[in-house]
Design a protein around this ligand. Structure first.
Ligand code: HEC
Ligand code: HEC
Length: 193
């Protein structure tokens, strides 16, 4: 009588391992699409685009939204029940999305001012106008303007924690100057033509 029980236990183990190895990204991201769009191009206000973002950054932020490490205004933003494999698969799905971000209305004067500030303060980690990354920073080119305006304030107010040396980069900049960099990033094509 023992052998069949062991066999059943074994096949159950393999079945669950097989499920974990292939998360159903389509179902997992269906609720996300309401705000972030089906391919990561946001269609809600003040909502970040996820398409083409670095997979490692997305993975870190999705994990933070699931375990409460990142504060958020969205209720049950990422379900706590997501496994590490689900989080990795969804991060890779958005990172690999080649969908296009829409052009945004920006203030040309702020873009010009932001370009200068970016060169002095932000380019070390958000190089090539935010199209590349150093020191694990996220890509910023073409990111949603209103989202970035909100996040720079969230960093300054402490609602979102500075990482690495970004506090040094922000030190002494006025809210207007930080807004200008957000306009500069927003004015940039995500992929250089
Ligand atoms: C009701 C709208 C809404 C839904 C649904 C939603 N999000 Fe979000 N998401 C937002 C908003 C707004 C922000 C930025 C501010 C915040 O977190 O409150 C955000 C931020 C994020 C970020 C951070 C991006 C960055 O650049 O730092 C990630 C990653 C993310 N969401 C993933 C997801 C995933 C995965 C799902 C689905 C499980 C999801 N979101 C569902 C609105 C939403
Ligand atoms: C020393 C490296 C470094 C410098 C310099 C830096 N950043 Fe960052 N930035 C980061 C990292 C790393 C993150 C990701 C933060 C996290 O994990 O929460 C980030 C995130 C951001 C975000 C949030 C992006 C998102 O998708 O949520 C904004 C906005 C931002 N930076 C703006 C700026 C601006 C504006 C400057 C210049 C004034 C700047 N950064 C300079 C490293 C840097």
């Amino acid at each position: 009588m023992r052998t069949p029980i062991v066999a059943v236990a074994f096949s159950a183990l393999f079945a669950s391992a097989a499920c974990a190895a292939a998360p159903d990204v389509q179902s997992l991201t269906t609720p996300c699409a309401e705000c972030h769009g089906p391919a990561g191009v946001s269609r809600a206000a003040k909502t970040p685009h996820l398409n083409g973002q670095l997979a490692d950054y997305l993975e870190q932020e999705i994990a933070g939204l699931a375990d409460g490490g990142r504060a958020t205004g969205v209720a049950n933003h990422v379900p706590k029940t997501w496994s590490p494999a689900d989080i990795t698969a969804v991060a890779q799905f958005y990172a690999q999305s080649t969908a296009q971000r829409p052009a945004q209305a920006v203030d040309p004067q702020k873009v010009a001012q932001g370009n200068v500030i970016h060169g002095k303060r932000c380019a070390e980690c958000h190089p090539d106008a935010g199209r590349r990354s150093d020191h694990d920073a996220p890509l910023m080119a073409g990111q949603d303007l209103d989202y970035m305006l909100g996040e720079t304030r969230a960093f300054v107010s402490g609602k979102r924690k500075f990482v690495f040396l970004m506090d040094d980069a922000f030190r002494g900049l006025t809210p207007d100057e930080l807004d200008a960099v957000a306009h500069f990033f927003a004015s940039q094509a995500q992929v250089k033509k």
